[in-house]
Design a protein around this ligand. Structure first.
Ligand code: SF4
Length: 401
């Protein structure tokens, strides 16, 4: 378990130079753009609906923060950059250029780097915009599509139409993008298996390189929470959701998308390097309001309030309230993240890190899971079967916590 520690001893530790983990891998950089045109009914991410004039002020702060971390970390190597939000595509090309220029001043960029950007289809229809992004070095676009059902898009509170998805996608393609991802959501209110498979079929007609498919969860303090309470939306039954997950994987695989993590599928060589870095337990630096970072043993989160974030950057106190992850917490997290991947957890690596053999330590429990076809050992890796992925959280929890 991670221990939050804000003691003077830890504060002293912070004032020592922060070193990125040694190794051949560079840092993963995440940039949070916390603005949206409208809040979706299910959203619990930190994003605000504000006038566009605030974007410039936010970017001023963000550039200061980039510069500050560049100095603190002594201009470390960055291998992937991910612009997430919120809606990064609300920023214009000049604003994106400012951020990227500051990043290239403050960090060393790997020659072969992945730079992804989340795009909401309605906010970026124009081919010239994608051409501009491409020439700035952004080489991967991730479209927040969620569904191809017009009525469901309205229920979700999304602003785009199905036609805008197709148009944005084609604009990006014709601007030269050969690495495009589409985000879908399953288990939507009133959704049936056939609706979900229709969404996957529509993805295939577009033919992106990557698909993310997350199950909808009803988060606290969202409009969906109230709508569910008042019977205004009805969620699919658990059995239906399981069917969607299993048949969805099968359909995606038939279309040539290889599952590499519970919710992620890609054509050969097109997996998301940034997210794969998280699952491999690499260091990441999150910049912007509410962004989370893990550098070595330290984990910290920027304030989820734009004013407080700006103050922390101005006062050079950003990242000061960090928690120290114990070795045990880091090891457990590492094991847990690997179990989410299709490749699974290396049993040899586990033994090296923990000093014990997992198959012996959890002998009876693992045998039980094996008998129920929830897990398998393949190439000395413990991995979840597709059936096991349906109950991944409880299996992982019981294995490591
Ligand atoms: S676009 Fe994304 S971040 Fe913005 S409100 Fe919708 S789900 Fe949330």
């Amino acid at each position: 378990m991670a221990i939050y520690n804000n003691s003077p001893e830890v504060q002293t530790l912070f004032s020592a130079p922060v070193k990125v983990k040694e190794g051949k891998n560079g840092l993963l950089l995440y940039i949070h753009i916390p603005f949206c045109k409208q809040k979706c009914n299910y959203c619990s991410f930190f994003s605000q609906v504000v006038s566009a004039k605030y974007y410039t002020l936010y970017i001023d702060t963000l550039c200061k923060e980039i510069s500050l971390w560049g100095e603190r970390l002594e201009r470390p190597l960055v291998e992937t950059i991910f612009f997430g939000g919120g809606t990064p595509s609300l920023l214009d090309l000049g604003q994106m250029e400012r951020i990227l220029t500051q990043i290239s001043y403050s960090f060393s960029l790997a020659t072969k780097k992945e730079i992804s950007m989340e795009v909401n289809p309605e906010s970026a229809q124009n081919k010239m915009y994608y051409r501009g992004l491409h020439s700035l070095g952004i080489n991967r676009i991730s479209f927040g599509v969620q569904t191809f059902s017009a009525s469901m898009l309205q229920v979700l509170g999304r602003l785009h139409t199905v036609e805008q998805v197709v148009h944005a996608y084609e604009s990006a393609r014709s601007a030269g993008y050969n690495n495009i991802s589409i985000d879908l959501m399953m288990g939507l209110p009133g959704q049936k298996l056939r609706d979900w498979l229709y969404d996957i079929d529509q993805v295939f007609t577009l033919n992106p390189e990557h698909v993310s498919a997350y199950g909808l969860t009803i988060e606290k303090d969202t409009p969906f929470e109230k709508m569910l309470e008042h019977g205004k939306i009805i969620m699919p039954k658990e059995r239906e959701q399981s069917q969607m997950f299993l048949h969805g994987i099968q359909r995606l695989e038939e279309y040539g998308y290889i599952q590499y993590e519970i919710s992620n599928f890609a054509k050969i060589g097109k997996h998301c390097q940034h997210n794969s870095g998280y699952w491999a337990g690499r260091d990441y630096l999150g910049l912007g309001a509410s962004a989370v970072s893990t550098i070595g043993k330290r984990r910290f989160r920027a304030p989820s309030d734009i004013g407080a974030y700006a103050t922390a950057v101005e006062n050079n106190t950003i990242g000061e309230n960090f928690e120290i992850l114990t070795k045990e917490a880091q090891d457990k997290e590492w094991a847990m993240l690997h179990m989410r991947t299709v490749k699974g957890l290396s049993l040899l690596e586990y033994e090296k890190r923990m000093g014990k053999k997992l198959l012996e330590e959890k002998d009876k429990f693992i045998q039980g899971l094996y008998g129920k076809n929830f897990i398998r050992v393949i190439n000395k890796h413990l991995c979840l079967t597709k059936k096991g992925m349906l109950v991944s959280n409880s299996i992982i929890e019981s294995l490591f916590f």
